[in-house]
Design a protein around this ligand. Sequence first.
Ligand code: 11C
Length: 344
Amino acid sequence: MAVRVGVLGATGAVGQRLIQLLEPHPEFEIAALTASDSSAGKTYRQAAKWRVDSPIPSDVAEMTVTATDPDEVPNDVDLLFSSLPSSIGADVEPGFCEDGYVVSSNSSNGRMADDIPLVIPEVNADHLDLLEVQRDERGWDGAMVKNPNCSTITFVPTLAALAEYGLEKVHVSTLQAVSGAGYDGVSSMEIIDNAIPHIGSEEDKLETESRKLLGSFDGAELSHNEMNVSASCNRIPTIDGHLENVWVETEDDLTTEEAASAMEAYPSLDLRSSPDPLIHVFDEPDRPQPRMDRTLGDGMAIGAGGLQETPFGLQYNCLAHNTIRGAAGASVLNGELLLENGLL
Ligand code: 11C
């Protein structure tokens, strides 16, 4: 029988992607949708300005949206996917966990907390064991797992593939699509003919989240990876797909051939939303490109290319679909991992 799930923040950009990915899903059945108080009581069709690239699923269109409040969500819902803005998530997500719900959250609040697993299943599924620490420390009946920022998800799997060479220094420069800024970003035509070299706290997120993801958990404590990471983040006028330029200095020598083989061989998982292969390596010098490659693996795979050896280490580009692999799909995948691990 499918697990009953809810979507917190169901009308936003990532909320809509979540509904697209969950309807249908063989393991999850949508049973609750929440949004702001102004949407409460409306049908989903009335409340959402639907903008993703497939029609509103008919089962969802006539569901009634409720306020984002634990008292409004049925008790037999076991898993909540949260795409709430981070300030709202910080306020309300802990209340859901206290009330016994398991939350798979894309919201950036709490990602760096010591007892909250920040997980990309193919990279650090073992960090889910932190949930025992979380239960002891917070006394929640439910639980919270987070996925990282979309730009972090794009480059960290490629680093994980190279980790056996000893990661020392990483420089990453991003070219991020406007959908990362939510619907205001998509509808803002101000960015056409422009590139904006600063995106809020994005650089800090890439630097800190990557070290947490590639850190190790000894059963009691998580040690963050000690590699040095420097990020610069830029917004460009593409709709979907974050492209990133990466330079990696490793302890051991690393040729482009070895790097390409390690990325191609990097294992996927036997979860429904985990693509196989996880990383596609391109030989063409002008790939990956957002418009051509963001839908690799139904939007869940990562493209890499342009590998070359430089005085600053191995250089390459990588790309992922920011609202699928980088956000909604990442949360769904974490939900599948929780289910696989008997945590629902
Ligand atoms: C952007 N990556 O492109 C951001 C959006 O930490 O989940 C996602 C923010 C986050 O603007």
